[in-house]
Design a protein around this ligand. Structure first.
Ligand code: NAP
Length: 272
């Protein structure tokens, strides 16, 4: 039975992990910036866990980019009170051409994607039970970059490097792993126009060996594996429908000529 702190647990992959953990008899503290979202998510997570499960789902408002807030949250938890720390949190991430995107926007992505998990691990690890695990989330854009996605690409690479460093430094007390998802149909894309979102998901699915984008529940199970498997540490697990080996939807020369003439259809521009 896992006792987990899930930073980013009010939505998407974090919620899916929490649902799976609670279904297996575990208990979770889900954290995010909005109490309203947390309450809604806690009810949904508990309903997947059956009778009495609501008592095993607690909530905490936390902005993981605020180091003092993160420090205080973990300081207030009793020693050895949890054995999994899963960090999926990330707000809206800036996209844009490398030469034009304001540096401050790229820094914000680093704040959320690298420094947030960094603070959680730094202050959470000393409070974790021996034998427990930290799980971070990166993403395909590190090794399969997309146009206009340099901030997320760089941040994902940094998270993967941090995973390996911490696995070495925090072992054997703790294990540290990272999940690298491909496109997964979570609330992350809810701000998009429905038609554009469908086009983006369909175009991505068509380019993948498995011809589909990810289901959050499948990611939740993979996060659970990384959190609980006792002989797994320092790994980056790709759960991406084969994204690393996908083929381009258009031949390269056609793609570049459409792009150069400014007539590349939106369907091939895979960023939100
Ligand atoms: N979905 C994909 O296709 C995809 C692909 C590759 C990688 N990823 C990565 O996977 C991770 C999870 O993505 P997702 O799709 O599950 O996202 P999501 O559905 O948007 O969920 C993000 C969660 O993080 C919380 N959050 C955001 N900023 C926070 C902060 N500063 N402090 C604490 N909580 C915060 C959000 O709640 P509040 O708004 O209430 O704070 C929400 O619970 C992200 O790191 C993302 O980059 C996703």
């Amino acid at each position: 039975m896992v006792r987990a702190v899930v930073v980013g647990g009010s939505s998407g992959m974090g919620s899916a992990f929490a649902r799976h953990a609670v279904r297996q008899g575990g208990e979770v503290i889900i954290c995010s910036r909005s109490q309203e979202k947390l309450d809604k998510a806690a009810d949904a997570i508990a309903s997947a866990g059956g009778e009495g499960a609501r008592e095993r789902v607690r909530t905490k408002v936390l902005d993981n980019t605020n180091e003092e807030e993160v420090k205080k949250f973990f300081e207030e938890l009793p020693p050895s009170s949890f054995d999994a720390l899963v960090v999926t949190a990330l707000g809206r991430a800036a996209h844009g051409s490398f030469l034009q995107l304001e540096t401050s926007k790229a820094r914000e992505v680093m704040e959320g994607k690298l420094w947030g998990p960094w603070y959680c691990a730094k202050y959470g690890a000393p409070k974790m039970a021996a034998g427990g695990a930290i799980v971070f989330v990166s993403g395909v854009l590190n090794r399969r970059p997309g146009l206009n996605c340099s901030p997320l690409g760089a941040a994902n690479g940094a998270v993967e490097a941090l995973t390996r460093s911490l696995a070495l430094e925090l072992g054997p007390q703790l294990r540290v792993n990272c999940l690298s998802p491909g496109f997964v149909d979570t609330e992350r894309f809810d701000h998009m126009e429905a038609e554009k979102k469908t086009q983006m998901m369909d175009a991505t699915a068509a380019s993948l060996p498995l011809k589909c984008v990810g289901d959050p529940d499948v990611i939740g199970e993979a996060l659970y594996f990384l959190a609980t498997n006792k002989f797994t540490t320092g790994v980056v697990l790709d759960v991406d429908g084969g994204h690393q080996i996908r083929q381009y939807a258009l031949p390269n020369d056609v793609y570049h000529s459409l792009r150069a003439s400014g007539t590349l259809p939106a369907i091939f521009q895979l960023q939100p």
